[in-house]
Design a protein around this ligand. Structure first.
Ligand code: MSP
Length: 524
C-alpha cells in the first residue's frame, strides 16, 4: 500500500534581518509536527524557505551598499544566516525554497500570465496607501490614523499604473470556505477575517508595482514586477514543481495538509491565497493554522523596535532541545505568549532538570546500583498498586496524537509530562531504596524499576518530535533505541525486554542557577 502523504509548510521568511526567537517559534512548531507525522509513518514533505523580493529588501540592500542579491545571499547562506539557524535548531525540512531561485521566478511568470489570460488580472491605476515593512496595500479608508492596521507603522500614499487581481469576484466563495469548513483554525481567526476584511467588501488587489525593480518581472509588461505576496504565496506550489521542471512532487503532495502561519499573515493565506488558487483552477490547501505571537514586555518583537531575542545565544547557552521544548511547552500555540528569560530558565529547571532529567538519572542509577545494570528476567506479577501508573502510561499516546493532529503541541507535551510526574511520585511511594535492603523483595524491586523504565521509554518516545537528540540519548540510556521501538511501542506497555540493560550516561539537562543565568543574559 502506498504511504499516506503529509505536506506541511512554514511561511517563507524575509531575509531582511537576522531571524529572532519569534520566527524560530514558528519553525520549531512546524518541525515538531513534521517529525511526529514521520514517526506515524507518513511520507512527509516539510517546506520552508525565504521570501526575497520586494521594496523593503531593495532598500535595505541599498543601505548596506550591496546589490539585493548579495544582500539576501548573505542573510540566507552567510555565516550565522537563516540556513545556519535552521541547522542549529535541528529543523528537518525536506526542501528549502528561495523566491530568487530561477525555477520559482519563471513559474511565477507563468502563474501571473495564467491568471491574466483567464481574465482575473487586469490593468488599472492604483491609488491608495502602502505599508512598506509589511509589503501591504491598503485602501484609503483602511489605515487608522495613517497607520498600518497590521503593524501600526506609517503608511504612504501610492499612485501608479498597476495590474489588479479580481479578488472581489471570489469574495462569496472565500467567505463560504471560511465560515462553513475547517479551513482556517483556530476558529477565532475566522471571525476576525470575515468581520474585518470580507464583510466591509473585498476590493480587487493590486498585484504589480512599477516604482522599483527587485521582483519577478511581468514578462508581458516589463516595467512591472509581480506583487511580492503573489510571488511568495505561490512558493507552496512552485516548490513542488508547479510551473517548472525542477521538481516533480506536485501530484504527490498538493493540496497541502496545512500551512502553519503567524496571525498577522492569516489574511494573505486565508483570503488571497485561496482566491488565487480558485483562479488558477487548483485545489485548495486543507488547512491554514494561524498561531499567536511571542511577545516581549507585552509587545511584538521586531528588529526596528530593538526588542528581539536571539535564538543563537539561547540555543548555545542552554541547548537546542531545551530551547525547542521551552517554546512548545510554555505557550498555547493558537494564542500570544510573553517571552521572558526567567520563564525559560524556570521551565528548563522544573520540567527538564527536575522532573524528566531526575527521573531518568535516578532510574538508570538504581538499575545499575541494585542489579549491575541488567534487570533479572524473573519477577513477580504486577501488583494492583502499579495499575494506575501502568494505565496512565499505556493510555497517553491516543490523547497525545489527538492534540498533535489538532496542532496543539502544548497539550501533547502535557500528556507526556503526566507520566513523568506520576512516575516520580511512584518512586516516592514504592521507595526502591528500602526494597533493596530486603533480599526477599528483590523481585518487587525489579518490577518497580521495570515500571519506571517503561514510563521513561513512553515519555521519551512522545517527546522525540520536540527534543530529538535528547530523547535519543535517554532512550540509549534505558536500552530502548528508536530504531527498535517505533511509534506503535509508544502506546504499549511492557515492550522493553524483562532483562533490559541500561547504560549510564551524561546528565542530559543540568540544573541552572536562575540568578546567575539571568544576570549573564542581561549583560550580553
Ligand atoms: N515573508 C512573509 C511570509 C510569506 S509566506 C508565503 C513574512 N515573513 S516574516 O519573516 O516577516 O515572518 C514569517 C513568520 O514569522 C510569520 O508567520 C510571522 O507571524 C512569524 N513571526 C514573526 N515574529 C513573530 C513573533 N514574535 N512570534 C511568533 N511568530 C512571529 O511574513
Amino acid at each position: 500500500m502506498e504511504k499516506k502523504t503529509f505536506y506541511i509548510t512554514t511561511p517563507i521568511y524575509y531575509p531582511s534581518d537576522k531571524l529572532h526567537i519569534g520566527h524560530t517559534y514558528c519553525t520549531v512548531a512546524t518541525d515538531a509536527f513534521a517529525r511526529y507525522k514521520r514517526l506515524r509513518g507518513y511520507d512527509v514533505m516539510f517546506l520552508t524557505g525565504t521570501d526575497e523580493h520586494g521594496q523593503k529588501i531593495e532598500e535595505k540592500a541599498k543601505q548596506a551598499g550591496k546589490t539585493p542579491q548579495e544582500f539576501v545571499d548573505n542573510i540566507v547562506c552567510g555565516e550565522g544566516g537563516i540556513l545556519d539557524l535552521w541547522k542549529l535548531m535541528n529543523i528537518s525540512n525536506d526542501r528549502f525554497i528561495r523566491t530568487t531561485d530561477a525555477y520559482h521566478v519563471s513559474a511565477i511568470q507563468k502563474i501571473f500570465r495564467k491568471m491574466y489570460d483567464n481574465g482575473d488580472i487586469y490593468k488599472g491605476t492604483y491609488k491608495g496607501k502602502y505599508c512598506k515593512p509589511c509589503e501591504s496595500f491598503w485602501t484609503e479608508s483602511q489605515p487608522k490614523d495613517g497607520k498600518c492596521p497590521d503593524c501600526g507603522r506609517e503608511v504612504q500614499d501610492a499612485e501608479e499604473e498597476a495590474y489588479f487581481f479580481r479578488l472581489s469576484k471570489y469574495a462569496d466563495k472565500v467567505r463560504d470556505l471560511l465560515e462553513n469548513t475547517d479551513f482556517l483554525e483556530p476558529r477565532s481567526r475566522v471571525n476576525e477575517m470575515v468581520n474585518n476584511f470580507i464583510k466591509p467588501g473585498l476590493e480587487d488587489l493590486c498585484v504589480s508595482r512599477t516604482t522599483f525593480t527587485w521582483g519577478v518581472p511581468v514578462d508581458f509588461d516589463p516595467g512591472h514586477v509581480v506583487y511580492v505576496w503573489v510571488d511568495a504565496l505561490s512558493n507552496y506550489i512552485t516548490a513542488l514543481g508547479y510551473g517548472n521542471d525542477k521538481y516533480d512532487d506536485y501530484d504527490r503532495f498538493w493540496p497541502a495538509d496545512v500551512h502553519i502561519v503567524g496571525k498577522e499573515i492569516v489574511r494573505f493565506h486565508s483570503i488571497i491565497w485561496p482566491a488565487m488558487l480558485m483562479s488558477l483552477g487548483l485545489p485548495l490547501p486543507k488547512k491554514v493554522f494561524g498561531h499567536g505571537w511571542l511577545m516581549l514586555d507585552g509587545g511584538k518583537m521586531s528588529k526596528s523596535k530593538g526588542n528581539v531575542v536571539d535564538p543563537y545565544v539561547l540555543a548555545e547557552k542552554y541547548g537546542v532541545d531545551a530551547l525547542r521544548f521551552f517554546l512548545m511547552r510554555t505557550f498555547p500555540f493558537g494564542s500570544d505568549g510573553n517571552f521572558s528569560n526567567e520563564l525559560l530558565i524556570q521551565t528548563i529547571n522544573t520540567d527538564l532538570a527536575n522532573d524528566l532529567g531526575n527521573l531518568v538519572s535516578r532510574t538508570v542509577s538504581m538499575v545499575i546500583k541494585y542489579f549491575g545494570g541488567t534487570l533479572p528476567a524473573e519477577r513477580e506479577d504486577v501488583p494492583a498498586e502499579d495499575d494506575e501508573l501502568v494505565a496512565l502510561a499505556s493510555g497517553l499516546r491516543g490523547v497525545y496524537e489527538d492534540a498533535m493532529d489538532r496542532f496543539m503541541p502544548q497539550n501533547a507535551l502535557a500528556e507526556a509530562f503526566k507520566v513523568i510526574s506520576r512516575a516520580n511520585k511512584y518512586i516516592d511511594e514504592t521507595a526502591p531504596w528500602a526494597l533493596a535492603k530486603d533480599e526477599s523483595k528483590k523481585a518487587r524491586l525489579a518490577t518497580v524499576l521495570y515500571n519506571l523504565l517503561e514510563s521513561v521509554r513512553i515519555a521519551a518516545s512522545l517527546l522525540v518530535p520536540f527534543m530529538p537528540e535528547s530523547c535519543e540519548k535517554i532512550r540509549t540510556q534505558i536500552g530502548a533505541k528508536t530504531e527498535e521501538f517505533g511509534w506503535d511501542a509508544a502506546g504499549k506497555y511492557g515492550v522493553l525486554p524483562a532483562d533490559v540493560t541500561v547504560v549510564k550516561g551524561e546528565i542530559i539537562f543540568p540544573r541552572l542557577d536562575l540568578k546567575k543565568e539571568l544576570e549573564a543574559l542581561e549583560n550580553l
